[in-house]
Design a binder for this molecule. Structure first.
Ligand code: ADP
Ligand code: MG
Length: 253
């Protein structure tokens, strides 16, 4: 069923990789009810990097976990590559998450018993890639992150910033069409943060769709669109933030 909230795909434009349609998420009930999301509509197309900004508690992480199939909405639809996650079986959602969706958790969520290379290789191995190929891919991504020497270290032998980059590598391994990143630069110095953003930007330029939660306008300036969220609703969308002097710190005309 299509909803009045769903914007039609303009002629000649490819279908969105991610479509959020009238998305709501209510936690609890009665006096303790929390409306984390109040009707979010968002379409993210191939090649697009969308930054989501907003104060703490505004619903940014909720939006991302629903987009990644890690939580189910109270109402509305999440469509990833044409599959409605809210109507799909658990198995279908799991397969989509393994193959198409890369997720960078705010607190990394690396598996402590696996090395950096094993953490990055895991999603590929789960999806049936041979372990030697998966390791080769993992090492190549770790090298892009400047972490080649740490491939055989365990998470507790790495700094927070290093673990965060391993988490980004794990989300990018394989050809993920949708990359969802929750504050992926939170533990990084500004130079390393820029390098991670450049990698996400490259992925988008190669055709992926990325949604990046960030509170740093500097990082949002890599995005094609900035979506501002307040109290569970989208309050503003800025196109091409790099051209917006308020976001880049330049002087307004
Ligand atoms: P943000 O990432 O922007 O800080 P969140 O999406 O984490 O915001 O949270 C949005 C709102 O939903 C907050 O008020 C938060 O307390 C609430 N919330 C999030 N997850 C849960 C949960 N599992 N149970 C109850 N309330 C929650
Ligand atoms: Mg959050």
């Amino acid at each position: 069923m299509s909803s009045l909230n769903t914007p039609p795909t303009p002629p000649g434009r490819p279908a969105p990789v991610l479509l959020l349609d009238g998305l709501t998420r209510v936690h609890g009930s009665g006096a303790t009810e929390v409306h984390a999301l109040r009707g979010i509509d968002l379409a993210v197309y191939p090649g697009e990097l969308v930054a989501v900004m907003g104060p703490s508690g505004s619903g940014k992480s909720s939006l991302l976990t629903l987009a990644g199939g890690l939580d189910a909405p109270t109402s509305g639809r999440v469509v990833v590559e044409g599959t409605d996650l809210t109507a799909a079986s658990r198995k279908q959602v799991a397969a989509l998450r393994r193959r198409s969706i890369g997720y960078v958790f705010q607190d990394y969520n690396l598996i402590p018993a696996l090395t950096a290379a094993e953490n990055v290789a895991l999603p590929r191995e789960l999806d049936g890639t041979g372990s030697r190929t998966a390791r080769r891919e993992a090492i190549a991504l770790l090298a892009e992150m400047g972490l080649e020497q740490l491939a055989d270290r365990f998470p507790d032998e790495m700094s927070g910033g290093q673990q965060q980059r391993v988490a980004v590598a794990r989300a990018l391994v394989g050809d993920r069409r949708l990359v969802l990143a929750d504050e992926p630069t939170g533990a990084l110095d500004s130079e390393t943060g820029e390098a991670v953003l450049a990698l996400l930007r490259n992925r988008c330029d190669a055709g992926a769709a990325c949604v990046l939660v960030t509170h740093e306008a500097r990082f949002a300036s890599w995005a094609d669109r900035v979506v501002s969220v307040r109290d569970g609703s989208v309050v503003d969308i800025t196109l091409r933030p790099s051209a917006d002097p308020l976001l880049t710190g330049g002087t307004a005309q």
